[in-house]
Design a protein around this ligand. Structure first.
Ligand code: 26V
Length: 823
């Protein structure tokens, strides 16, 4: 029988007042009684913590009400399982979403504290690598905004993504200490702790009623302890929970070992347990089968499923109704082992029949794919899975037998097709393909842009798509307009509101109303003034951090994202070199000043990506210090790219570089952030750029380069890049200067192999897209020189961004995949 939660009908506390006076008094109270600091000696950190506590209190009431409501109404819950949540700072987001920015600012001012200073001191929670993790964070905020009862489940990494520093232009990685001063946003929930097992063996046991079932007896256990963070929706619509798991030894004081005198052994054991949640893996150049990574994946999947199942049983009593009341979304394949774990829970722990359990499993899971790059598709050696998760390996074999049977008998697949849909990759050492596992265990498999979804059907999942043609669907990514427009660009938000009214704050598609004002000179000059102020702020940051002077008059040409060969920062920096040559060769021409701004981290083991960072810095040093350039071109690489830095750079950008090799960027979401903030995109027909082109119109975006089909064609014909290079004197000259050491006199051969790759295979089509890119950049120059034209385009970009709101994306997930209502 369902165990209803205890009905508590005694009074609950009065909601906290939100007046300036109340806030001021409470910040002081928190400082004194929660932090234990006299305001006279309080440090900025203490004020930050006190302010967060005061804001947090005002979120608690809504948090509890949200959860009470879900219990009361028996509404379906959505669980978003993700190994990454790149949430960044939370204070401004929370304050802004519950309309507390102004009273808190005033309250602090009365206390002689500057809110802006505090905002900038909050550590940036970098529990993710890039787009996939940031998407998860935007989705959480949209789910709260749309009043969907939802939980994010992930890992509470002690160290988020590494901190990047520069040493003579090379990236060096340092540990990120985001928890050093504690984390006032999180609540440790010791009562929500689960055991997670590893290793051991499987034993058949006979039930009292004579049925034989398998029982997994792990030989290694640890504890998953929950830490909860509130996620506030726009106007406090709802507050959902981000629940992150931390690993601890089962017996935190390891009594047995201590009592037997083995103090060191006890400490070793606890360090070993805690190691699981110590670091986030930086998406590496090869996802080598690190055992610890697999342990992380199972650890958080198992803890999350136990939590979900416990809550469901508590409310509904049995597990057959799981798909009606629970939707679990797998963010990429990282939680894909959940498919086998849920089967184990249903069949082994709850005695459900295999076929029924499989129905429940498929009805519950949805899987989102985020990349087609073969080297990024996860697979684990069978031997490793067998050792770490012996029962799950058996279950995977059983699932595979069922699927292959279906493929052979129902679909009449050939041997090659059978091999393609198999969960086991038999080439060179047997491995379990996590993409295939996630696919067959889900009722919905989605890509993240229209193009990417089409390519999924044609490539990685072609045969699975033939077997299950109704499963693949598209959900084009989105970004939350709260963080990426309203909070990071209050100037633009105010301007828009003054012009078309505030309705767009609640319905972002209303931004379309701006189109009517795009060519209005008065509005254009106000728009330009906002951009100018944002550029001045970024110019100050560049001066402070890099001691480089850039003029806010110049075109700010920005490429900020993970450094990867397919994203082609190399193409961008080669264009800078060619421009440098051209400016010196033709000083008489009417050049317009341009600043190329780069930021991004490279995976520590990804040599070419790190070399590209070094190249950008080498080129920057030469160009920035050459008097012949007369300041017409500057190159800046800003270290330690993260969410907070993006929030300063994006509103200041004029030109957004989205120049991946066609077919390789699943979606991109940075592209959407720039669009919202009135930057013009220079980009390839890749990922979501294709849909941006459609939404904003061909006249308001600068497109160049090979199409997906052309890239595919050149690759399949093994076409040599030589001709593209030889026929372009501009490109040849730039490549020769880089390869011969013009920018690296201390080590003239530094870039020989990097550039050699372009002559040899040019897998990413840098050489073959160069001329087209150059021409596109010259079109950008012409547009920039026509200010009314440029501003009209920029405004039309903001006006057309509505479709790329994560509210739209989440509505589609809710409607098509999760079957839950939205506000
Ligand atoms: C991972 C790896 C790891 C090993 C080698 C190279 C490589 C290349 C890419 C990746 C990314 C894996 C998944 C991912 O982060 N995808 C990103 O997801 C975003 C949100 O859907 C999307 O906007 C980006 O286009 C996509 O790259």
């Amino acid at each position: 029988m369902p165990q209803k939660p205890i009905v508590y009908d005694a009074p609950t506390p009065e909601p906290r007042a939100t007046t300036v006076e109340a806030l001021q008094a409470q910040i002081l109270e928190k400082l004194t009684y929660s932090i234990g600091k006299d305001p006279i000696v309080a440090r900025p950190h203490d004020w930050l913590a006190a302010t967060i506590y005061a804001v947090r209190d005002r979120i608690m009431d809504r948090w509890m009400e949200s959860s009470r409501e879900t219990w009361r109404t028996s509404n379906k819950r959505v669980y978003y399982l993700s190994l990454e949540f790149l949430i960044g700072r939370l204070m401004r987001d929370a304050m802004s979403n519950v309309q507390l920015m102004e009273p808190v600012q005033q309250a602090l001012k009365n206390l002689n504290v500057d809110l802006g200073d505090l905002i900038n001191m909050e550590p940036d929670a970098a529990l993710g690598n890039g787009g996939l993790g940031r998407l998860a964070a935007c989705f959480l905020e949209s789910m709260s905004t749309l009043k969907i009862p939802a939980y994010g489940y992930g890992i509470r990494y002690v160290h988020g993504l590494f901190r990047q520093e520069m040493s003579e232009g090379w990236q060096v990685e340092l540990p990120e200490e985001w928890l050093a001063h504690g984390n006032p946003w999180e609540f440790e929930r010791r009562e929500s702790a689960y055991e997670v097992g590893f290793g051991g063996h499987v034993e058949p046991v006979t039930d009292p009623d004579g049925l034989i079932r398998q029982e997994w007896r792990p030989n290694d256990h640890l504890l998953a302890v929950a830490y909860d963070t509130p996620i506030v929706g726009w106007r406090g619509a709802r507050v959902n929970t981000l629940r992150l798991w931390s690993a601890q030894p089962i017996d935190p004081i390891l009594l047995d070992k201590f009592n037997s005198g083995d103090h060191i052994g006890a400490l070793e054991e606890s360090a070993r347990a805690e190691a699981i949640t110590r670091v986030l893996y930086p998406a590496d150049s090869t996802p080598a089968g690190q055992e610890l990574r697999l342990r992380q994946e199972f650890f958080f999947s198992s803890a999350s499923l136990q939590d979900i199942v416990r809550r469901h049983i508590q409310q509904y009593g049995d597990l057959t109704s799981l798909p009606d009341k629970v939707a679990i979304q797998l963010n990429d394949t990282h939680p894909a082992i959940s498919v086998a774990e849920l089967m184990r829970i249903l069949v082994d722990d709850n005695g459900m029949k295999w076929a029924d359990a499989w129905k429940v499993t498929k009805g519950t899971f949805g899987y989102t794919n985020h990349t087609l790059l073969p080297e990024a598709l996860e697979s684990w050696p069978v031997a490793l899975l067998e050792r770490l998760l012996p029962r799950h390996m058996q279950i995977i074999y059983q699932i595979n037998a069922d699927i292959l049977g279906e493929a052979r008998n129902r679909a009449k697949f050939t041997d090659q097709q059978i091999a393609n849909v198999s969960l086991i990759d038999e080439h060179g050492g047997r491995r379990v393909r996590m993409g295939q596992l996630a696919f067959v265990g889900s009722h919905s498999i989605n890509g993240v842009s229209a193009l990417h979804t089409e390519l999924m059907k044609q490539t990685v999942f072609a045969d699975l798509h033939k077997l299950y043609p109704e499963r693949i669907n598209n959900k084009t990514n989105g970004i939350t307009p709260r963080r990426w427009l309203m909070q990071c660009n209050p100037g633009l938000t105010r301007l828009i509101s003054d012009r078309i009214g505030p309705a767009f704050l609640d319905d972002i598609e209303k931004l379309r109303g701006l189109e009517a004002h795009a060519d209005d000179p008065g509005f254009q000059s106000q728009f330009a003034a906002v951009k100018r102020a944002n550029k001045e702020r970024l110019a100050r940051l560049i001066k402070d951090r890099m001691n480089i002077t850039v003029s806010p008059e110049a075109l700010f040409d920005v490429q900020i994202k993970r450094i990867h060969e397919y994203k082609r920062q190399l193409l961008n920096i080669i264009q800078a070199v060619a421009l440098y040559d051209e400016i010196r060769a033709h000083p008489e021409r009417d050049w317009m000043p341009r600043v190329k701004i780069f930021a991004g981290k490279a995976a520590p083991s990804y040599w070419n990506a790190k070399l590209i960072i070094k190249l950008i810095n080498d080129v920057a040093r030469v160009i920035n210090n050459d008097p012949a350039v007369r300041g017409l071109l500057k190159v800046v690489f800003l270290p330690n790219y993260n969410v907070s830095l993006a929030e300063v750079i994006v509103p200041a950008a004029d030109l957004s570089e989205q120049i991946s090799t066609a077919g390789m960027e699943a979606s991109g979401t940075g592209n959407m952030k720039f669009m919202a903030n009135g930057a013009i995109t220079i980009g390839t027909m890749d990922g979501a750029n294709v849909e941006m082109h459609k939404e904003v119109g061909a006249d308001n975006i600068v497109i160049f380069g090979l199409s997906t089909e052309e890239v595919e064609d050149k690759r399949s014909r093994n076409e040599v890049p030589r001709t593209a290079i030889d026929s372009s004197p501009r490109l040849s000259e730039a490549l020769e200067s880089i390869a011969s050491g013009v920018f690296s006199p201390d080590d003239p051969h530094r870039y020989r192999d990097l550039i050699g790759g372009l002559y040899d295979h040019d897998w990413f089509m840098v050489a073959r897209d160069f001329d087209s890119y150059w021409d596109a950049q010259m079109r950008v120059n012409a547009l920039w020189n026509n200010k009314p034209k440029w501003l009209g385009m920029a405004i039309r970009n903001t006006a057309a961004v509505g479709f790329f709101s994560s509210d739209r994306t989440i509505r589609q997930y809710a409607h098509d995949i999760w079957n839950v209502p939205t506000a």
